[in-house]
Design a protein around this ligand. Structure first.
Ligand code: CAA
Length: 262
């Protein structure tokens, strides 16, 4: 399948997918066509049982994604803006809903919709030159692809509100300090760092990885007691897999396990 504004590639015999937003002439800004491309690529990744990890990045040296497309938004009515926001929200939710870990590799500007997309991933690895922010107030609007919700959940209410109402942009080192990103690496090491992390995950028992994501993600919407009940159910479920037998047998036999995702 060919896309207009994204590239979907596979590495490690199809175990790692790499999705690149590819509109470098507009710093990978998200217009409706790009959101449609993202939605269909995410559906494809979701349907592919071989894929263990998804990496999302932006084309070019300068930007991850510089936001929603301002040129396109300029002509929108309130109703069109509502539909555009809902389209963007659906893409962000589709990223979160993937059963496999999704890592954002932020190579440059991640502003507005770009910061929102990165925050929809399970975690972010940033290049030293990365810049994050929700600068929408400069345009007369609030964030519209989930920024007011996910930023506060990641960095806390006070920091999120300060960033949203001032539009202040933060560099990679501050993003690391406030917990917006997990790791900062030199730009030339970003892809390799992402692939190395993905390889590490792809070598683990696939069902255990998926239910671990489910437990952490869904558990955050529950109180602690119910979250622990969810964990027990998923723990017991994993005991029914062949990979659980293989993992424990390999440990006892002092050899490396061979997981098959069953
Ligand atoms: N939408 C459309 N085009 C964009 C864009 C965006 N968000 N960001 C950059 N571009 C385009 C520029 O218009 C320019 O195009 P031309 O060459 O045709 O003029 C090209 O990308 C290169 O950009 P600059 O010349 O501006 O590059 P720079 O290095 O001088 O500045 C920047 C880089 C600081 C990221 C600057 O481009 C910028 O501030 N971009 C807008 C950032 C922004 O406000 N993002 C939030 C958008 S609103 C949003 O996302 C709402 C939401 O939550 C859904």
């Amino acid at each position: 399948m060919t896309y207009q504004n994204i590239i979907l590639e596979h590495a490690e015999a199809g175990k790692i997918s790499v999705l690149t937003v590819n509109r470098p002439q507009a710093l990978n800004a998200l217009n409706a066509a790009t959101l449609d491309d993202l939605a269909s690529a995410l559906a494809r990744v979701a349907a592919d049982a071989e894929v263990r990890v998804l990496l999302i990045t932006g084309a070019g040296e300068k930007a991850f994604i510089a936001g929603a497309d301002i040129t396109a938004m300029r002509a929108m009515s309130a109703l069109e803006a509502q539909a555009f926001s809902e389209k963007g929200q659906r893409v962000m939710q589709a990223i979160e809903a993937l059963p496999i870990p999704v890592i954002a590799l932020v190579n440059g500007y991640a502003l507005g919709g770009g910061c929102e997309l990165a925050m929809s991933c399970d975690w972010i690895i940033a290049a030293e030159r990365a810049v994050f922010g929700q600068p929408e107030v400069n345009l007369g609007i609030p964030p519209g692809f989930g920024g007011t919700q996910r930023l506060s959940r990641l960095v806390g209410r006070a920091r999120a509100l300060e960033l949203v109402v001032t539009g202040r942009q933060v560099k990679a080192d501050e993003a690391l300090r406030i917990g917006l990103v997990n790791e900062v690496v030199p730009p030339e090491q970003l892809t390799e760092k992402g692939l190395a992390t993905a390889r590490l995950i792809a070598a683990k028992a696939p069902v255990a990885v998926r239910v671990s994501k489910q437990a952490v993600q869904r558990g955050l919407d529950l109180d602690l007691a119910n979250g622990c009940v969810l964990e027990t159910s998923l723990f017991a479920f994993a005991f029914g897999t062949a990979d659980r037998q293989e993992g424990m047998t390999a440990f006892v036999e002092k050899r490396a396990p061979k997981f098959e995702g069953k």
